[in-house]
Structures are given as structure tokens and as C-alpha cells.
Design a protein around this ligand. Structure first.
Ligand code: SOE
Length: 418
């Protein structure tokens, strides 16, 4: 006899609106499509509406990316009963206005990093998020690299004391898409849109990763920013490195490289580097944490691997152990492939939604919160202010050789040696 199976209880739907549909919008759309198909989630996300400025392009993007409808005005989306969460994938100058309006309208919010373009915006967003959370409306910042299994293992090992007390951290995020001096302008090179250059775009990830793995916040920093290429071709006129660069050129108003010497709450020193001018480095988000009894090292360009050094190993066989973090015992991995098959960049976005929906399903606050995003913004701001004031910069007098006046690296005439 055909036993009538009792259908599982229908899960509560979560209507999603996504604002913005370029690189981040495509990565988030992939995650909204994939998360409910690979993970058993407490809520069923429905890709309800994609928002874009131009009607035709937004409609085409909605069809291609799997959204039920499209809209050109994000404010109208906040009035819709069938939208419960707003996913903000637009440039940083729009984050504060959209996120705060959505929270006030009772919509949960996921916002891409960096959370805002200024500390003032971030403080306002965090205050609004705290008020909304009291009413059961939640928010999260999109630091997806936390959701890489090897990064989760790094955090677990530090928390478990496997490398002892954290003594020092070195972290870099290196890309080279701007090392070509004819690479065209984009919103990421416009301070009014992006807030900063490498500092906020990729430095924010390195700052958050450091805090996530060590469990410590930043306590202070001395920073240095530099822009190597002050103007670039306007995108539509650009024809490539070996073609003729476009004639129209415009100003670059952000940093190409951001450096920082920092301390964590414990006093542990951190060296921080973010550069989009590092030839040959495509997406090298790296961190190495040295502790009293060992060290761990991660490079996103080998994202399925965590390297662990334990000083307790016998000296004759000591060395960094290359751990393939693909076993089902690690977070998220049971849902994917057998050991050794590995994950990719897009999986961090899917895991981000798994954690977000799991938190929303249990009525708990997702992490990282807007308060966490505010702290990252404070670090970025401190690097920028320190660099501008050169507050901690200590010039090193040139050494005069053979009577010739030595020149200092930045080309300024050397001050006479004392
Ligand atoms: C560009 O640098 C970028 O797309 C960043 O904006 C993303 O946050 C990073 O994940 C990849 O590189």
C-alpha cells in the first residue's frame, strides 16, 4: 500500500530584494540560488526583486540571475509586503542611506563591505541597527572570507591555544588589476563613490580577517597611503594594455596602496598591507599569526589549505604542516564535495547566507554585526588620518656619501646631514 508520507512542515519564506547587480550582485545571486539547495535552512529564501537604475538592464539581469522581478527605485521595494530582507550590493556611498531606511522599514539588511565610506555613516548605521535589533530586525556586514573553512579552522586553533598566545600578525591583501597604468577608471577609483581605494576595498577584508582569527580588535595604528597613478583612461575610451589607451582621462582620487603598523587589544603588533598594484598577485589575501608555541598561515590563492607550524614538533621534522581543509568535519563542508575536491570564491558567499538565514531562523543576531563593521571603519579611518597627518612618520636623515648630497627615496632634496 502506498503509505501517505506526511509532508515536512512548510518553512517560513524570506522575501529578498537585492540592490545592485554587478560583480557583488552576481556573487550574491549565486549564493541565494545555491544556499537552499545545498543546506537545510530554517527559512526558504525567495529571490523576489532585483533593483537597478536602468529598467531594461535590471530586467535582463533579473532574468539572467534568477530574480522573480526587477525594480528601478529601491525606496519602492521597502514598501513591499513580500520583501523581508534587503541585500545591498552597491558602491559604498549608498550603503548608509539604503541600510538605515530598510531597517527603519522593518527589513533585515545584509550590506557589502566596507559597511560605509566614513566613520560618521558607520556610527549612524550601527545605532540604527541596535534599535532595529531590539525590534527583531537584524543586520549583517558581508565579510565573506570569514566563511572559508580554512579560516574557520584558523580561528578555532587560535581559540584553542594551539599556537599559544598571539605575539604578532602580518596580513596582506594583494591584487594587480591596477598595476597596468592604463587600466581604466571605475567607481572603485572614485573617493566620492568608494570612500577609499585599496584601503577600504580590500584592506577592510584584511582588518576583519585579523580580528576574526585572533578574536581581538585593533587598538591603534600608524598608516601610510600612496597613489602611484594620479589619472587613468575613462572606461569607455580604454582599449587595453597593448592597444592605444583611450584619449579621455580622469583623476584617481583614492589610494593604490595602504600600509599600517598596528597593535591589537593585547598589544600584539600587526603589519597590514593592501595593494591593487602588486603584479602577479590576483587575489592574495594572506595572514600569518605567530604565537608563543607556533604559527599559522593562510593565503586565499590556496583557499582550501591552512599551514600550521607547531614549535613542539621534533626539530628534525619540524615545519609548516599543509592541512587540506576539505574534510566533512569542518564547517560547511559536509554539504559539498568529498575530501580533496575543494571549494572556490563563491562558496564564501553561499556560507554567508547559510549563517545569516540560520541566525534569522533562530531569532539571533547575525555576525559580523554593524558594530563590527563600525570597528573596521574606525581602523580604516585611523590609517587614513595617520597617513595624512604623518603623525608617527619619523624621517630618517640621509647619509651623505663622498660629499654628494644623497637624495631621499621620495625625491625631495636631502636635508643637510647634521
Ligand atoms: C575588488 O578589489 C574586489 O572585487 C573586492 O571589492 C572584493 O571585496 C574582493 O572579494 C575581490 O576583489
Amino acid at each position: 500500500m502506498n503509505q501517505q508520507l506526511t509532508p515536512p512542515p512548510a518553512k517560513k519564506r524570506l522575501g529578498v530584494a537585492m540592490i545592485g547587480y554587478s560583480f557583488m550582485g552576481r556573487a550574491h545571486s549565486q549564493a541565494w540560488r545555491t544556499a537552499p539547495r545545498f543546506f537545510d535552512l530554517p527559512l526558504t529564501p525567495e529571490m523576489t526583486v532585483l533593483v537597478g537604475r536602468s529598467e531594461g538592464a535590471a530586467r535582463a539581469a533579473a532574468e539572467q540571475l534568477g530574480w522573480a522581478g526587477s525594480e528601478t527605485d529601491w525606496r519602492r521595494v521597502l514598501e513591499r509586503e513580500d520583501v523581508d530582507l534587503v541585500d545591498i550590493c552597491t558602491p559604498g556611498n549608498t550603503h548608509a542611506e539604503i541600510a538605515e531606511a530598510a531597517l527603519r522599514a522593518g527589513k533585515h539588511v545584509l550590506v557589502e563591505k566596507p559597511m560605509a565610506n566614513t566613520v560618521a555613516e558607520a556610527e549612524s548605521m550601527a545605532a540604527t541597527a541596535r534599535r532595529a535589533r531590539a525590534a527583531g530586525v537584524h543586520s549583517m556586514v558581508g565579510f565573506t572570507y570569514r566563511r572559508v573553512p580554512a579560516v574557520q579552522l584558523a580561528r578555532q586553533l587560535v581559540a584553542a591555544g594551539r599556537i599559544g598566545e598571539v605575539r604578532q600578525v602580518r596580513t596582506q591583501y594583494l591584487q594587480d588589476w591596477l598595476a597596468d597604468e592604463n587600466a581604466p577608471l571605475s567607481w572603485r577609483l572614485d573617493k566620492a563613490k568608494a570612500g577609499s581605494g585599496a584601503l577600504g576595498d580590500i584592506g577592510a577584508h584584511a582588518v576583519d580577517l585579523t580580528m576574526f582569527i585572533t578574536g581581538q580588535r585593533f587598538a591603534g595604528v600608524s598608516g601610510l597611503l600612496d597613489t602611484f597613478v594620479p589619472e587613468r583612461p575613462v572606461a569607455e575610451s580604454f582599449s587595453g594594455l597593448h592597444g592605444t589607451a583611450g584619449t579621455a582621462r580622469g583623476p584617481v582620487t583614492v589610494d593604490d596602496v595602504a600600509l599600517g603598523l598596528a597593535r591589537l587589544e593585547s598589544g600584539a603588533p600587526v603589519t597590514l598591507e593592501a595593494s591593487r598594484y602588486a603584479w602577479g598577485r590576483k587575489n592574495a589575501l594572506r595572514i600569518e599569526v605567530s604565537g608563543t608555541t607556533g604559527a599559522l598561515a593562510f593565503d586565499f590563492e590556496e583557499m582550501n589549505v591552512l599551514n600550521l607550524y607547531e614549535a613542539t614538533d621534533d626539530a628534525t621534522t619540524a615545519g609548516f604542516r599543509r592541512i587540506q581543509v576539505t574534510e566533512p568535519e569542518h564547517p560547511y563542508l559536509e554539504a559539498w564535495w568529498p575530501p580533496g575536491h575543494g571549494l572556490g570564491y563563491e562558496h564564501g558567499f553561499t556560507h554567508q547566507l547559510v549563517d545569516l538565514l540560520t541566525a534569522l531562523g533562530s531569532g539571533t543576531a547575525p555576525s559580523p554585526s554593524f558594530d563590527d563593521g563600525l570597528h573596521v571603519q574606525r581602523v580604516l579611518d585611523a590609517v587614513e588620518r595617520s597617513s595624512a597627518a604623518e603623525s608617527r612618520w619619523t624621517p630618517i636623515p640621509p647619509t651623505v656619501q663622498d660629499g654628494a648630497a644623497a637624495s631621499v627615496p621620495d625625491g625631495r632634496a636631502a636635508a643637510p646631514a647634521h
